[in-house]
Design a protein. Sequence first.
Length: 279
Amino acid sequence: MRTPSSSGRLVATTFVAVSLLGAGLAAAADTANAAAPDRPTASQVFANELLTQMASYLAGLPGFEVKLVSSYDAPQASGEEIEFSEMRNVRLARPDRLRVEQVRSDGYEDLIVFDGKTISISNGEERVYAQAPQPGSLDDAIVYFIRDLGMQLPAAPMLTTRFPQELASAVKSVDYVEYTTILPQPAHHIAGRTNAVDFQVWISDVEGRPLPQRLIITYVDQPGRPQFRAQFLEWKIEVPTDPGIFSFTPSEGARQIGFAVQVPVMIDAATGAGQGAKP
């Protein structure tokens, strides 16, 4: 049995954890009216409102920190689905700071940092790092990271101020499932679909803080319908103030490489090509 390749698990794919939101959560309230032949039900309208509130709230925050425990299915050549896990700590300060620390289930640590001038990533298993200049906002850096460097950042919309607009264009249907009290906070359970995935998200019912608590993405067009699952823990709605958080220092003995060295492998892993790749 083959496990995911080390290159395929580079930190540039670190947010395959959260695509999570970028792969397809929810939409503007009038999307259903424009696209659906039938008038949306009350529960569909309510679900759209909840998801739009969540997206707008995240997009409007000056900064935040959150930990995620996630798992994903990796289809094997034998047809088995093997689960791998990761833990992430995401810290963001608008307009131009981001740090994502990732610990994989095999113990290796990866890192991605944007300091307002440079994008840096490191891979603990391969002991390599890459950097690219990119002055400007975090929104601009994410576009550059994906479009120009060719890297994978599936959770990108969640981190941008354009999150509500990204979601509004992605969702094809959404509905309310239930109200639950078994998570750390009472939450609304929402389910929906985009062209590429089915998704479920649990949104906190704490007044004034419509934060995601749990997320499931099902890749319906891929063999075996693999899933990604994430639990959002320890939300801190404040701007990280320690300036060292957003500085990048290569680990001792790490070798610098160019982004172009990893681009073909990243794309291959992200699309699930090869054995044991992430879904």
